[in-house]
Design a protein around this ligand. Structure first.
Ligand SMILES: [Zn+2]
Length: 382
């Protein structure tokens, strides 16, 4: 099966694809870092044919970071391959379902939704992975960028304590707040002191570059911070048991952790709010251990046990069907994770707009949100 972007397709919101990496002849380069978790690596028929595209990117990205200069395929070739595979379709579709303007709707002066050229930069489209895809290229092994490793089970002998799991999750939230705040800071370039939108800073005649620390136009930079933050918050719902349920036919254990069955956005993930405290994290909350080493997680709950990152998402309605991961197939787990991620994405954008106003005042702050969401803001936002 090949990846087709024009309609809902299968792909993943984060698994790795060892098969593709092996095809690229890159397996040994990961030796310095942990090796592939076979379950997360997702060596499936789908991944071998390229449908598990986002995972491809995450693994390829780790390789790009791990290899030494001078004997590498230039990273840009990885990106080209990644774009051909159409990576990040789940993130793209969740972000579009949450924030793209519905047909006939405009963002208004407050910037309540993103016009087509602007959502393209945030969520990605054919030819660009968007800001939301950047962590899968240059932060592949950064646990905090994907909210991995906060695993916990309330059972005797579990190798991690609640406090350890909570501190890993709080580190993820702190990391994402950093990205979010960088986006708020960089929005400064969009509007001058008199409140006029900068034509140069908001030009979208070519796609933004979001990876590897390359900065560019002001709008690209602001969208990058926000998009990288969204990547991690969306990951939280597919990688954790916040919205899902355990398999009622099996005993609770590391292969079947409890599900919290919560709906809506997690209150401790509000990136515009003060950092949460340990007491704000539910006692049975878990994400999964992610290791590229097949034995690296030992007897911990793994990413592959919890992940619900694969299925069909309608980018207009957010309807999520045909899950393919084991946890995603239990009851409505895949849909529950996607709906919570959509709710969270909307809440983060509302928080981002509030943060702009808090930092820059109502006139400039609101105009920055207007400039981030309109495709021709120098005309539309004044
Ligand atoms: Zn991720």
């Amino acid at each position: 099966m090949t990846f087709r972007r024009g309609r809902p397709v299968l792909s993943t919101f984060s698994a790795g694809v060892a098969a593709t990496a092996l095809l690229l002849g890159l397996a040994t380069s990961a030796a310095a870092a942990p090796l592939p978790d076979p379950a997360r690596a997702g060596v499936t028929a789908a991944s071998k044919t390229g449908t598990a595209a986002k995972g491809t990117s995450r693994f390829a990205g780790s390789v790009a970071k791990a290899k030494k200069p001078g004997r590498d395929i230039p990273p840009v070739q990885y990106f080209g391959t990644i774009n051909t595979f159409g990576q990040n379709a789940e993130h793209e579709r969740i972000t579009r379902a949450a924030l793209a303007c519905a047909p006939g709707v405009t963002p208004g002066a407050e910037g309540t939704c993103f016009e087509p050229g602007s959502i393209r930069q945030l969520a990605g489209a054919k030819g660009t992975m968007g800001a939301i895809g950047a962590p899968d290229v240059d932060q592949v092994l950064t646990e905090a960028a994907h909210c991995d490793g906060a695993d916990y089970l309330n059972a005797a002998g579990y190798p991690r304590t609640r406090a350890q799991a909570t501190s890993v999750l709080l580190a993820c939230i702190a990391h994402l707040k950093g990205e979010f705040n960088r986006g708020v800071e960089r929005a400064d370039a969009l509007v001058d002191a008199a409140g006029a939108v900068s034509t140069a800073a908001t030009d979208l005649s070519s796609d933004c570059t979001f990876v590897l620390g390359v900065t560019g136009r002001g709008k690209c930079n602001a969208i990058e911070g926000f998009g990288r933050a969204l990547h991690g918050t969306e990951d939280f719902y597919s990688h954790s048991n916040w919205a899902d349920r355990a398999d009622s036919r099996s005993a609770i254990g590391i292969a079947n952790p409890p599900g919290l069955a919560r709906t809506g956005a997690a209150p401790f993930l509000r990136l515009a709010a003060p950092a949460p405290a340990a007491a704000d994290i539910p006692a049975d909350l878990s994400t999964g251990c992610f290791s590229l080493n097949p034995w690296g997680c030992g007897k911990r709950i793994t990413h592959s046990v919890l992940n619900k990152d694969n299925g069909i998402i309608d980018p207009l309605t957010g309807e999520a069907t045909a899950p393919t991961t084991p946890r995603g197939q239990i009851e409505a787990n895949f849909s529950a994770a996607v709906q919570a991620a959509i709710a969270d994405t909307r809440a983060q954008w509302a928080g981002f707009r509030t943060s702009l106003i808090t930092r820059y005042g109502t006139t400039r702050g609101q105009r920055m949100a207007c400039a981030m969401t309109h495709d021709n803001p120098a005309v539309a936002c004044r």
